[in-house]
Design a protein around this ligand. Structure first.
Ligand code: GLA
Length: 359
């Protein structure tokens, strides 16, 4: 039996928090860490999946692609198979093994990396291809229907377009993707706060519902139609909580516009300030930060070479993203670690990264 493999990098949301499902703008990038799916065809209709790192396995049949109650990782693969079936791709029995060095639950989108890697693997195994936007939709449907998270298209789109040394400017209204060179004078540090974020717990879906409520009350099809000025003029139409949710989302798309302009000019100090503003807005308006994440941000601000920092991804735990001056990185890390230990009472996991993906 011929063995094939598909790989997908994790992604980081650099700026543009909870804007994707509001048809807004996001700056994102791929990270070095990736998920790999390998496997081969079977001659029957059975499905055998293995998660190497978790030392777990799952088995079933093509006749039943319904979600598995206690193996979340298997659900993502089943969701992909269901999406392909609905698009008329003939399915076969398979043996499949997943291995990954992407930390799970740290906000680097290990789940979208799995659904994209599975699709890349199956495209090679069964010799078909789908346009990136269709692949992204299959990944998204898998999250919606098999994990119950009403996420947007950010994670799979960023993973599918990840490019070395470039940030991706993603527009979720036009679905256009632009890659913008990222200078060598700055690097990113990703720090996991130690509290696993779990988007399955309903907070994420609640935030999405609040944004939809804001759009309804403002009489627009999505928050992308609203400028910061217009939102302020319409403040009286919205209950305070809904207004603050909308203020975050509208502000984020506006900030992505400004930050992209500064990035193209090479103004990394200006770019960093916008990351700081984004975190403040998450903390106060969207309320998707938690104290551990705030401690990482405050520690960052006290460290030499800090340009900007914010929580990244859904929130409620997971990771923070820090933009640091490349030539001060070592000093930054030693102060940052000490400050974090002092505040949290324990050390944290972090890694230095540059935008990664295809060259
Ligand atoms: C999660 C979701 C994305 C996006 C971010 C927040 O990562 O999967 O679709 O909404 O949160 O920006």
């Amino acid at each position: 039996m011929n063995t094939h493999q598909g790989t997908a990098h994790g992604r980081v949301e650099v700026l543009g928090n909870h804007t994707d499902y509001n048809q807004g703008l996001v700056l994102a990038m791929g990270v070095e860490y990736a998920t790999e799916v390998t496997g081969s065809n079977r001659t029957d209709e059975r499905l055998f999946f293995k998660a190497k790192d978790l030392k777990e396995s799952w088995e079933g049949s093509l006749q039943d692609l319904s979600p598995s109650p206690n193996k979340m990782w298997a659900n993502y693969v089943l969701g992909v198979l269901q999406g392909l079936k609905e698009r008329g791709i003939p399915l076969k029995g398979i043996n499949l093994e997943i291995s990954s060095n992407l930390p799970m639950g740290a906000g680097l989108s290990s789940s979208a990396a799995l659904t994209v890697a599975t699709q890349r693997f199956l495209q090679k195994l069964w010799n078909f291809s789908l346009p990136p936007i269709e692949m992204a939709k299959i990944s998204q449907e898998s999250e919606h229907r098999y994990a119950g998270v009403k996420c947007g298209l950010l994670d799979p789109m960023a993973i599918l377009h990840a490019k070395k040394d470039h940030l991706l400017l993603l527009d979720f209204r036009s679905l256009k993707v632009e890659s913008v060179p990222f200078p060598s004078t700055a690097n990113f540090i990703i720090a996991a706060c130690g509290e696993k974020h779990s988007l399955v717990d309903g907070e994420y879906n609640e935030r999405r519902a609040s944004c939809e409520e804001a759009s309804r009350l403002l009489g627009v099809s999505s928050l992308r139609e609203v400028t910061p000025d217009r939102l302020l003029e319409s403040k009286v139409k919205l209950p305070d909580r809904i207004y603050r949710r909308a203020l975050h989302v509208v502000g984020e798309t506006h900030r992505v516009g400004k930050a992209s302009f500064l990035l193209k000019k090479g103004d990394m100090a200006g770019f960093g300030k916008i990351l700081d503003e984004s975190h403040e807005s998450s903390r106060i308006n969207f309320e998707n930060s938690i104290p551990a994440l705030d401690h990482l941000i405050e520690s960052s601000k006290k460290s030499p070479g800090h340009l900007g920092a914010r929580l990244t991804g859904g929130g409620f735990g997971g990771s923070t993203l820090h933009l640091v001056q490349a030539n001060q990185q070592t000093d930054f890390l030693s102060t940052f670690q000490k400050e974090v230990e002092r505040r949290l009472g324990h050390s944290i996991e972090f890694f230095v990264t540059r935008p990664s993906g295809v060259a």
